[in-house]
Design a protein around this ligand. Structure first.
Ligand code: SF4
Ligand code: SF4
Length: 311
């Protein structure tokens, strides 16, 4: 595929900014003092396109919506089919070019601080953390969803014991939930009720406050460690990474053009996901599902050895 390499970063930034604004269209409302409430009709059809405005879902994103539905005892076939098709045809293009959380992290990593990498062994262990979170989520959510329709007495007991985890089981695991739902709502509360108890939602529950601080630290870390949340914590990233190898869209490396790690290795040094590109097969690489198709490696390769393959 012939893409003028030097233009990739510029195009990616443009797409990221447009996607950020479209997904969070409340920004347009704030800037131009207009009301786009009629957009909610699209949100009803595509509830994963969330913003604080979504009337259907608390969850800010694909996977958040999926888990919220499961917690309510629903199985959203439409969203799952859409998700699978998306990965099949575009792999993790969404992560590299569209996801607003990815855009925020990319912006932070350009703040001037020198980007760092995590030691290989530590990095590989940390990558597993997001799968642990998915398992934990399922342990909380599946019984919630099943018992809602089969054993309401158990459901109520279980919910009571879970406390705030039952109210927002996905929210605690999702940075996007905090940035695009919790935080704007908190700000609105503060502006509207400053003299009363504006900060109450923040201190109302230990876990809400704990995760607020936790995600604040994660965001700060993204200044030094690019895409730190995507790599180690994102629930979308965890599921997408497992499906990535089945996608039609992948990257290849030419065995003829590539001169190898000893003589070059630039691709690996610029990769924000720490993919060991040169340890991967030439035919295609996904970095065990971690590659988000940002195409930085392709852009920076001095020998034009990396290309996109479809099929
Ligand atoms: S930057 Fe290109 S030539 Fe250099 S190691 Fe990577 S793929 Fe090979
Ligand atoms: S392997 Fe290349 S395209 Fe994939 S995340 Fe790393 S730099 Fe981006």
């Amino acid at each position: 595929m012939d893409i003028s390499n030097y233009k990739i970063s510029i195009w990616r930034r443009i797409v990221q900014i447009i996607a950020f604004i479209v997904i969070n269209y409340v920004i347009i409302e704030a800037i131009f003092s207009i009301n786009l409430k009629s957009f909610e009709v699209f949100l009803k059809a595509l509830p994963f396109l969330n913003s604080p405005r979504n009337p259907l879902s608390k969850g800010a994103g694909f996977v958040e919506y999926l888990f919220y539905s499961m917690a309510k005892g629903e199985f959203p076939f439409f969203i799952i089919a859409l998700f699978l098709l998306f990965i099949l045809f575009t792999n993790r293009f969404f992560c590299g070019w569209i996801c607003p959380i990815g855009t925020i992290q990319d912006g932070l990593s350009t703040l001037g601080a020198k980007n760092k990498t995590v030691k290989k062994e530590t990095h590989e262990n940390l990558l597993k953390f997001k799968y642990f979170l998915i398992v934990l989520l399922l342990i909380i959510i599946v019984p919630l969803g099943i018992t809602k329709t089969t054993d309401i007495a158990f459901h109520n007991d279980y919910k009571e014991n879970l406390g705030s985890w039952a109210e927002q089981p996905v929210g605690f695991f999702s940075l996007s939930e905090y940035i695009f739902v919790f935080f704007p709502n908190l700000m609105t509360e503060i502006f509207e009720n400053w003299e009363q108890t504006a900060l109450e939602p923040l201190f109302s529950d230990f876990w809400v406050f704990f995760f607020f601080l936790f995600y604040l630290i994660v965001i700060m870390l993204a200044i030094f460690y690019p895409r730190v949340y995507c790599k180690y914590m994102c629930p979308f990233g965890a599921i997408a990474a497992r499906l990535s190898r089945y996608s039609f869209l992948k990257l290849t490396r030419s065995p003829v053009r590539c001169v190898g790690r000893a003589d070059c290795g630039i691709c690996e040094r610029v990769c924000p996901k720490q993919v060991r590109i040169l340890d991967e097969p030439y035919e295609f690489f996904t970095g065990n599902g971690e590659c988000n198709l940002c195409l930085r490696c392709k852009e920076k390769c001095p020998h034009n050895a990396i290309d996109i393959r479809f099929g």
